[in-house]
Write a protein of this length. Structure first.
Lengths: 447, 104
């Protein structure tokens, strides 16, 4: 998201804001400060009133109480993952660390409905008007940028955008308001409780036995998760740790990242996610990640895998691993075997490491491949990309993707203003996985 | 010509039916006066009672301050924050200390 100019961040669109019911409330009722015509007006002012739950909760009694327990507000997911690797006596030091490095990810009502999140520089979304449906690029993927955004938009070089993105679905088409607000949820981690959203919500008739799809009939619903067969390579990060500037200001830094696709044993296997195998992503934790704040804070590092259950947002119909049975069976290269795990993390990942890829069944007879026929490699053939696209992995230039004419180099999304959250005329989402992201500033959160 | 006469005839008949219907409705409403049945009389008396109450309370409200939402009094804030030129002049880039870096 391109940062807003300083004046844009605080500019109120008089016309739009006058239509907003919140304009009936005095500025100082929410923001404090003084209603005077000089800079002393800002003395004692509250930049972000929504940080105080009462500011919205006084009127919005249906949503605010739930939101106070949502993962977006509590960041309990971080605590769950970090505390499990630690002991209670280290928690105060970890909380101190979180106050500097995690709390700017915490989302208030205003972070989605009034302004851009503080983590991307803030600034009013739409001239201070309340935005009922948060615009995807300015809010959701502004925070969920390095993994979800790149996967979903097709910004990882060589890999297409998620099939749902190409179908013009934005985040809220799957992630409902109730889910975002934490209504009827008491999760301490995003994989607590039933999968929400789930593939079954839309694809119930295509899943498992009775679907009529050969691979689904064979694998049922308890062997592999949907993403195991339908996602492609995703970002894995290494060694997030707190460093300090020359002025002793701490900041966190991720050492490196790499693209990869790894199937491992399901660390979250339960009635809601019964699959034996699923995709695993390396998360950037390291035993010394927080040593700036204290020695050996992650003293129970081996309690939780560093290769975690992953739901990559780059779903494709056809992928290298579902091209043929041999793509997975007896193919150790796409499984998380011990040789792919760092020696110092082997103990933590024992529960997810796979010794060998599953064998092909005795009755299996390999398909006869005619000379010249695609043997199902992981290249960029039509099969891999779901048909209709060129072999360079273009994320959407073909007519098939968009249902109309578009030039072959760019994935024109059609320019619908409501989809992108602003007045977009071009809607170029980037040419074929080009990480530059195309030229439509509005798409990335500008005007 | 015959068709035209036929259409005109239907038009006149239709108009007569609509007007007749409206007149019948008017007669029905007129005959449904309070005197027509005791239940209706009771209803009217209740309505009359509440009308009186409303009149009294409205009279008392006329003396007291109106309980409507107070008008927006902070135009001075909006005068500045809707003025792009003034904001461009006054808003300055904050010095941001990055608390994170890297692809994560």
């Amino acid at each position: 998201v391109a940062p807003l100019e300083p004046w844009e961040r605080v500019w109120i669109d008089a016309e739009k804001y006058s239509q907003d019911v919140h304009s009936l409330i005095n500025c100082t009722d929410c923001h404090g400060g003084q209603a005077v015509d000089d800079m002393s007006a800002h003395e004692g002012m509250v930049d972000e009133p929504a940080a105080n739950p009462e500011a919205c909760g006084d009127c919005h009694t249906d949503v605010t109480p739930a939101h106070l327990n949502s993962l977006h507000f509590t960041l309990a997911g971080y605590d769950t993952a970090v505390y499990e690797r630690s002991t209670p006596e280290n928690h105060p030091a970890i909380e101190n660390m979180e106050s500097f490095h995690c709390q700017n990810c915490h989302a208030t009502c205003g972070d989605c409905h009034i302004s851009q999140p503080a983590s991307v520089g803030g600034g009013l979304l739409d001239g201070h008007a309340y935005v009922p449906v948060p615009p995807m690029s300015q809010t959701c993927t502004a925070c969920h940028g390095s993994r979800v955004k790149n996967e979903y938009y097709g910004l990882n070089e060589g890999f297409p955008a998620d099939v749902h993105f190409r179908g013009r679905m934005s985040c809220v088409d799957c992630h409902t308001g109730d889910e975002m607000h934490g209504v009827n949820m008491t999760a301490n981690h995003r994989y607590d409780g039933p999968a929400e959203p789930s593939c079954e919500s839309c694809h119930a008739d295509q899943i498992g036995v009775g679907s009529g799809i050969e691979q689904h009939e064979i694998h049922g619903t308890e062997i592999v998760s949907c993403q195991t067969c339908h996602s492609v390579q995703y970002t894995n990060c290494i060694n997030c740790h707190v460093e300090q500037t020359a002025d002793n200001i701490p900041f966190y830094s991720v050492e490196d990242h790499f693209m990869g696709f790894y199937i491992g044993k399901n660390p979250e296997q339960n009635a809601d996610r019964p699959y034996r195998y699923t995709t695993l992503r390396h998360i950037p934790v390291d035993i010394n990640s927080f040593s700036y704040y204290g020695e050996n804070l992650l003293d129970q590092f081996d309690n939780r895998p560093t290769w975690e259950y992953a739901t990559p947002h780059n779903i494709q119909k056809n992928t290298p691993q579902n091209a043929s049975c041999e793509s997975c069976h007896e193919n150790d290269s796409i499984f998380l075997t011990a040789d792919k795990v760092a020696p110092e993390e082997l103990a933590a990942n024992q529960s997810v490491i796979v010794e060998h890829a599953p064998m092909l069944p005795d009755w299996y007879v390999p398909a006869v491949v005619e000379e010249g026929e695609d043997s199902g490699d992981s290249g960029g053939g039509d099969d891999f990309w779901g048909g209709g696209s060129d072999s360079e992995g273009d994320s959407g230039g073909g007519d098939d993707f968009w249902g109309g004419e578009s030039d072959s180099g760019s994935s024109d999304s059609g320019g619908e203003s409501d989809f992108w959250g602003g007045d977009s005329s071009g809607g170029d989402t980037g040419s074929g996985n080009n990480s530059e992201g195309g030229g439509d500033a509005d798409f990335w959160g500008g005007n | 010509m015959k068709k035209f006469r036929l259409s005109a005839g239907f038009f006149l008949m239709g108009t007569a039916l609509v007007v007749g219907g409206l007149m019948a409705h008017a007669v029905t409403f007129a005959s449904a006066s309070p005197e027509a049945c005791p239940e209706a009389q009771a209803e009217v008396s209740m309505v009359a009672h509440s009308s009186v109450t409303t009149t009294v309370s409205q009279a008392s409200l006329a003396i007291e301050p109106s309980p409507v939402v107070e008008p927006f009094t902070e135009q001075v804030c909006l005068d500045c924050h809707t003025n792009q030129e003034r904001l461009t002049e006054l808003a300055v880039e904050e010095e941001v200390v990055s608390l994170n870096e890297g692809p994560g």
